[in-house]
Design a protein around this ligand. Structure first.
Ligand SMILES: Cc1cc2nc3c(=O)[nH]c(=O)nc-3n(C[C@H](O)[C@H](O)[C@H](O)COP(=O)(O)O)c2cc1C
Length: 322
């Protein structure tokens, strides 16, 4: 972290150039806290459908929970109607977002098939109207996260980024794949470079950053202001400290598992925090042959038993460290 901001989202200074991607089911309050402690420069919530923000509060609102000192925090929402997106955004102002982001990248049929997520990208007028309304009526910066387009024939990311910039957006994040590519094929970093040349607002590059060296490689290749890390950050908060997984000791992994689990238990309660932690646990020890040792850890609902099993796993693995 430097004293000078790395870049600005309108009037919000951002310190640092690596950011945890919004990921439904993963970028929750506990994991964001952990990634932030390791160096993630800003936090995005999991995305929230604007329909759920119109009436009474419901469980989906919990996705907008944040720690009191969690800044900068970006609330990510999605929808397919500009006025409904505006109303949703206005409702959540009271929760204290620093920035509101419109998801225009989700490729699942449930979202994109209804004209939301990446489905917005084939409706440039809807994109323009949404950003015009939000930037006019909301005091916080409005940003967008996009893909390359719907498919190879409709790679309109430059057009969409210019539309949001012209309608007041303060940042654009680009995942270098089309909707059709979902999460397959290599992310197109040339496209991120092209976008950086095409707009004045800050650009976040996203896609296939798997190890610390990729952060600087993507920045050098594209000139982007920051890099967003999704899948490679699961079970790997060290990437935000630019530390390679193969530099880690078993003890370091174990201690981080403890830290993460403590955050999970504090936030979700006991045993829910432990149960929800299971999907992270596997990823912490990916690369290690620990299937049998891990099996009971993935079943227990008792935090003390989990700790004993973790210690056993550490003892078994440590001799391998030499
Ligand atoms: C499990 C999962 C959930 C995701 N949820 C969201 C989301 O809520 N909002 C969003 O903008 N992108 C979401 N994404 C996409 C990621 O933010 C990111 O753009 C994508 O994974 C590509 O980056 P990566 O190659 O570093 O994983 C999700 C991805 C995954 C794998």
């Amino acid at each position: 972290m430097t004293n000078e901001p790395t870049f600005w989202v309108r009037d919000i200074p951002i310190y640092g150039d690596v950011i945890l991607s919004p990921m439904a089911g993963f970028s929750d309050v506990p994991y964001r806290a952990l990634c932030r402690a390791f160096g993630s420069a800003m936090n995005y919530t999991e995305f929230v459908p604007v329909d759920s923000l119109q009436g009474k509060r419901n469980p989906l609102w919990n996705r907008l929970n944040k720690k009191p000192d969690e800044h900068p925090i970006v609330f990510q929402i999605f929808g397919n109607d500009a006025h409904m997106i505006l109303r949703g955004a206005q409702r959540i102002l009271e929760l204290g977002p620093d920035i509101i982001d419109i998801n225009m990248g989700c490729s699942t049929r449930k979202v994109s098939g209804r004209g939301a997520g990446v489905g917005m990208m084939i409706q440039p007028k809807l994109v323009a109207e949404t950003f015009r309304l939000l930037t006019k009526h909301l005091p916080v910066p409005i940003t967008g996260k996009i893909r390359l387009g719907w498919d190879d024939e409709r790679r309109n990311f430059i057009e969409i980024a210019r539309i949001i910039e012209d309608n007041g957006a303060s940042l654009v994040a680009l995942h270098g794949r089309t909707k059709e590519q979902k999460y397959n094929h290599e992310a197109d970093w040339d496209a991120i470079a092209e976008l950086k040349q095409a707009v004045r607002i800050p650009v976040i590059g996203n896609g296939d950053v798997r190890k610390p060296a990729d952060i600087d490689a993507m920045k050098a290749h594209t000139g982007c202001d920051a890099v967003m890390v999704g899948r490679a950050a699961v079970g790997n908060p060290w990437i935000f400290a630019r530390k390679d997984r193969d530099e880690l000791t078993v003890r370091e992994i174990g201690d981080t598992v403890r830290l993460h689990l403590r955050e999970m238990l504090a936030y979700y309660g006991d045993p829910d925090g432990l149960v929800l932690f299971r999907k992270h646990l596997r990823r912490y020890f990916s690369g290690y042959a620990v299937k049998a040792l891990m099996r009971p850890m993935l079943v227990t609902e008792d935090a003390a038993e989990f700790e004993a099993l973790l210690q056993k796993l550490e003892r078994e693995l440590e001799p391998e460290e030499g």
